[in-house]
Write a protein that binds this ligand. Structure first.
Ligand SMILES: Nc1ncnc2c1ncn2[C@@H]1O[C@H](COP(=O)(O)OP(=O)(O)O)[C@@H](O)[C@H]1O
Ligand SMILES: CC(=O)OP(=O)(O)O
Ligand SMILES: [Mg+2]
Length: 392
């Protein structure tokens, strides 16, 4: 039987997103799924592209405890629903591609040993990405394994946006501003090229506001600067991550609070951001619905940091033609877009509140010098396209 399908895996620190696509040059999604809260009370949601639910359930502990178990739990109902599927290629989202990868690659032994050396750069994401690859190799030995990197889209940054002001040897060792969410930015860049070629050719800031959040400045569809740097902690505050922090705070935590690296890592990755500031939770919907003053302050801080970053990125781009919102918050939270754009008139940003409330694609007024758009992202499709290209 011919191999005619692609499996896409996007393993996060506590989640696994996956999808089954047709193996065509422009792949078509047949089903998409998500396993949340791996390591805790993990839940599986799987639906067909048309929206029909295939599975919606809490996983037994044996499966929900690890990424390997979660992958097994994902594949069983998927292949029960699509018994005819034969996997030609598996596409993997890999957070870190280091200095070497500016494009997707076929994951041979050489590539995999290089990616292993990057684990210390992304300890919360990279090991799960590599575990997903190993599990997919075991499950689909005939399939090509293809890696797609969050860092790749940013690999051509000018030196000033690639470095920190540390002694040179650290730069040589790879302590650089890599930037992340590149698959999302790549997708948005492609969409913009189709929808509005003249904007795509200009100076654009994309705000990817999901559970992880970052912003990217592009010129001509290529990344010039990103709010995320060496790690996925930098820049904007996120669901549970601090965002930009004075390095002096880390010295204080070590010296005065006696915290060790693991405790600091847990604090910055898991207990900070919207969750830490609000004391309520990391989910923007919960915070918007809350009447707690701490939730309101967390939202204010979130919007304020987006505005600061927008100003900084506009300076890096020497102007601004368009601002694009994407990611779960960027696509759905009209209130956050509205509060972010308030006070940005000086930069030429003028939101049309009615269009914005309706989540329309163009949400700026006709007089706004900067076009403001809402474009849903699709990281899985970018991965599927690369897997289709490299699996032939
Ligand atoms: N209608 C909505 N209004 C406000 N926030 C929303 C809405 N829908 C989703 N979100 C927020 O989007 C975030 C998740 O974004 P998403 O891009 O799905 O996350 P991930 O980074 O895990 O892929 C959560 O904070 C969630 O509350
Ligand atoms: C790099 C990163 O922050 O990823 P995510 O948004 O999936 O957590
Ligand atoms: Mg995300």
């Amino acid at each position: 039987m011919s191999l005619n399908h692609l499996l896409v895996l996007n393993a996060g620190s506590s989640s696994l997103k996956f999808g089954l696509f047709t193996a065509e040059a422009e792949p078509m999604a047949l089903a998409t799924g998500l396993i949340e809260r791996i390591g805790g009370a993990a839940e599986l949601h799987l639906k067909r592209a048309g929206g029909a639910v295939i599975a919606d359930e809490t996983l037994p502990e044996a499966e929900g405890a690890t990424h390997r178990g979660a992958l097994h739990a994902a594949l069983t109902p998927l292949f029960d629903a699509f018994p005819e599927a034969k996997i030609l290629g598996c596409g993997h989202r890999i957070v870190h591609g280091g200095r070497n990868y500016a494009e997707p690659v076929v994951l041979n032994d050489h590539a995999l040993s290089y990616l292993e050396t990057l684990v210390p750069f992304a300890p919360l994401h990279q090991p799960h990405n590599l575990a997903g690859i190993a599990a997919a190799q075991a499950a689909f030995p005939q399939a090509q394994q293809v890696g797609c990197f969050d860092t790749a889209f940013h690999r051509h940054h000018p030196f000033v946006n690639d470095t920190f002001a540390l002694p040179r040897r650290f730069y040589e060792k790879g302590v650089r501003r890599y930037g992340f969410h590149g698959l999302s930015y790549d997708y948005i860049s492609g969409q913009l090229k189709q929808m509005a070629p003249s904007l795509h050719a200009g100076r654009v800031v994309v705000a990817h506001l999901g559970n992880g959040a970052s912003m990217c400045g592009m010129v001509g569809g290529r990344s010039v600067a990103s709010s995320m740097g060496f790690s996925a902690l930098d820049g904007l505050p996120m669901g549970t991550r601090s965002g930009q922090l004075d390095p002096g705070v880390l010295l204080y935590l070590m010296d005065q609070e006696g915290m060790d690296p693991q405790q600091i890592s847990d604090l910055l990755y898991k207990d900070s951001g919207l969750k830490g500031m609000s004391g309520i939770g990391s989910d923007m919907r919960t915070l918007l619905a809350s009447d707690s003053p701490h939730a309101a302050e967390a939202i204010d801080y979130f919007c304020f940091r987006i505005r600061r970053e927008l100003g900084g990125l506009a300076a890096a781009l020497e102007g601004l033609d368009a601002l694009v919102f994407t990611g779960g918050i960027g696509e759905h939270a009209a209130e956050i877009r509205s509060r972010t754009c308030r006070g940005m008139h000086w930069l030429g940003v003028e939101l049309d509140e009615r269009r914005n409330a309706r989540n329309e694609t163009l949400v700026s007024t006709e007089f706004s010098r900067v076009r403001v758009l809402v474009i849903p992202t699709n990281e899985e499709l970018v991965i599927a396209r690369a897997a289709a290209r490299l699996s032939r």
